[in-house]
Design a protein around this ligand. Structure first.
Ligand SMILES: [Zn+2]
Length: 180
């Protein structure tokens, strides 16, 4: 299977200034619905991989995080945009866990559970660790300029840091994926 790994906050939904801690503040970007529908129609698994250190920092219960993730999945599904899985890392950066992006624990779990070929897959995100994880996984990478994307663009200065494509938002990112 081929997959598109999607970051959550700043890529699929609006980012909150600190962390998205309140279900009522979940706002999905308009472009995300069509973007995920296109992945569904074109044979890509749509898989969310999200760092949620707010849990490790004690700002949110893991169960509350799961409720936000379920709401995201359901709100997308109401408009026929289907996510295949949502993987999250709840750990604090200092925990040195194997799952926090740019580490690849969540990607490897997805590979096992969905039989994914990373070389045929893509990563879409708004942060440096999305691009770094994607490159380390052997995927093609797309930086979106929503969320923290504009700032991230300035941080990715090395030639080896460059994403394969830069898109204004998730829909144009997915349209590029489908043209490859
Ligand atoms: Zn982790």
């Amino acid at each position: 299977m081929k997959a598109v790994f999607l970051d959550r906050d700043g890529t699929i939904n609006h980012e909150e200034p600190n962390y998205l801690l309140d279900l009522k503040k979940l706002k999905i970007f308009d472009e995300s619905f069509e973007a995920i529908q296109l992945l569904n129609k074109n044979g890509f698994k749509a898989i969310v991989v999200t760092n949620q250190s707010c849990v490790g920092r004690g700002l949110l219960e893991e169960q509350e995080l799961q409720q936000i993730n379920s709401a995201l999945k359901q709100n997308l599904a109401k408009r026929k945009a289907l996510l295949d899985s949502i993987y999250y890392c709840p750990h604090h950066p200092e925990d040195q866990c194997p799952c926090r992006k740019p580490k690849l624990g969540m990607f490897h779990q997805a590979v096992k559970e969905h039989n994914i070929n990373l070389k045929k897959s893509f990563v879409i995100g708004d942060r440096e660790f999305d691009i770094h994880a994607g490159k380390a996984a052997g995927c093609k990478t797309i930086l979106v300029l929503t969320g923290a994307g504009q700032q991230t663009l300035k941080l990715l200065t090395k030639p080896t840091d460059q994403p394969d494509f830069i898109a204004p938002h998730i829909l144009e990112a997915v349209q590029w994926v489908i043209r490859q």
